[in-house]
Design a binder for this molecule. Structure first.
Ligand code: PLP
Length: 361
């Protein structure tokens, strides 16, 4: 018997910097730090489309399938590669969790130290576990995200550490590639792009991506940008700072967004809309995605679908809509256990008959 060489069945995805190099501020000498992030699936969600009716097509861009489980990887491959190119030895960020996980993974892979400031008690367990295992130096402050961001901003001005929050311009450059992927998959831009907003960096990045592709004639239209905040942390919607933001969607528990003005500019330029969704609406969308579509995202991500359902009367007939699912459900097992839709029967005797009885036979 002779061995035959395995055939290549597909070209391996090289990571978003290699895939979209001409669109990104990198040169041949930039040391690319990658975990082959990006290329996440655009998944049809027929049960959600059926809620709207009118021959609407709805997809989710499941960015929770990135290497550390959130879209933050898209920004971090760029931010860490550029920090390394500039000779940085350490990076710092404030984080509601996902930024710290991504910063830690990419910094360590690139051989840099990663310092992380988090609001004590308000970071989902999965995210904290990741940052620690990846080898970040984690500091939990008795304050909220906005206070943590203020400290790391000043820190990076005074000490030799590079700031990798979304105020770092390279983050948005990396994150805009998700818009490229959506257009590449659909053959055009969607009619609506629904997205959760925390610091509003991601909505800004998506708009950059759609506009860049539009200028290059890769799509012949631009989407309306529909941004959604949690009702207890809705400064952009309400038009004022929330000094004490509160929501169980901790990834968007932000009272004073860093990209506030840019988000307003995106809304105006795209004829978009911003709305607030309650925690109850977020959880209803979260459960619906999991139990009817088989897609497990974290609560903050479900704000995009909750928001779409909230304004469903406005959806034009035949529209194509993409909801961004920013993070993976496994990030926040505690919320999942409180919300699980299935029935969890415990303390059952290990007998066939008893189990069958519980099953209803
Ligand atoms: C960071 C994050 C957001 C918010 O993104 P912004 O760019 O801050 O608006 C939403 N969802 C998840 C899961 C996140 O990690």
């Amino acid at each position: 018997m002779s061995l035959t060489a395995a055939k290549t069945v597909h070209n391996a995805w090289p990571g978003l910097i290699e895939a979209y190099r001409p669109f990104l501020p990198v040169s041949a000498t930039t040391p690319v730090v990658t975990l082959h992030e990006g290329n996440t699936p655009l998944i049809p969600v027929p049960a959600i489309a059926a809620e709207i009716g009118r021959q609407v097509q709805v997809f989710v861009k499941y960015d929770g399938l990135n290497p550390t489980g959130s879209f933050k990887d898209r920004g971090m491959t760029m931010a860490i590669s550029k920090a390394k190119e500039a000779g940085a030895k350490a990076v710092i960020c404030a984080s509601t969790g996902n930024t710290s996980a991504a910063a830690a993974a990419y910094a360590r892979r690139g051989g840099l130290r990663a310092f992380v400031l988090i609001p004590e008690g308000y970071v989902a367990l999965g995210k904290l576990a990741q940052a620690l295992v990846y080898g970040a130096e984690v500091m939990a402050i008795k304050g909220n995200f906005d206070q943590a961001l203020e400290i790391v901003r000043q820190m990076s001005e005074t000490y030799p550490v590079t700031l990798v929050n979304s105020v770092n311009p390279y983050r948005l450059e990396g994150q805009k590639t998700s818009a490229f992927e959506i257009v590449d998959a659909l053959g055009n831009a969607p009619d609506w792009l629904c997205i959760p907003m925390g610091n509003a960096g991601n909505i800004t990045a998506y708009w950059m991506g759609f506009c860049q592709y539009h200028e290059q004639d890769r799509c012949d239209r631009l989407p309306r940008m529909m941004g959604f905040q949690a009702a207890g942390a809705a400064p952009i919607v309400a038009g004022h700072i929330f000094p004490q933001p509160e929501t169980l969607a901790t990834a968007i528990r932000i009272g004073n967004p860093a990209n506030w003005e840019r988000a307003i500019a995106v809304k105006d330029a795209s004829q978009g809309q911003f709305h607030a969704v309650t925690d109850a609406e977020i959880l209803a969308a979260y459960r619906m995605l999991a139990s009817q579509e088989g897609i497990f995202c974290e609560p903050a991500s479900a704000a995009s679908v909750a928001g779409l359902l909230k304004v469903k009367e406005q959806v034009p007939t035949g529209a194509t809509i993409v909801c961004v699912l920013t993070g993976n459900g496994l990030k926040d097992p505690e919320i999942a256990m409180q919300q699980q839709g299935g029935q969890f029967h415990q303390g059952i005797l290990p007998e066939l008959e008893t189990v069958a009885k519980v099953m209803g036979f």
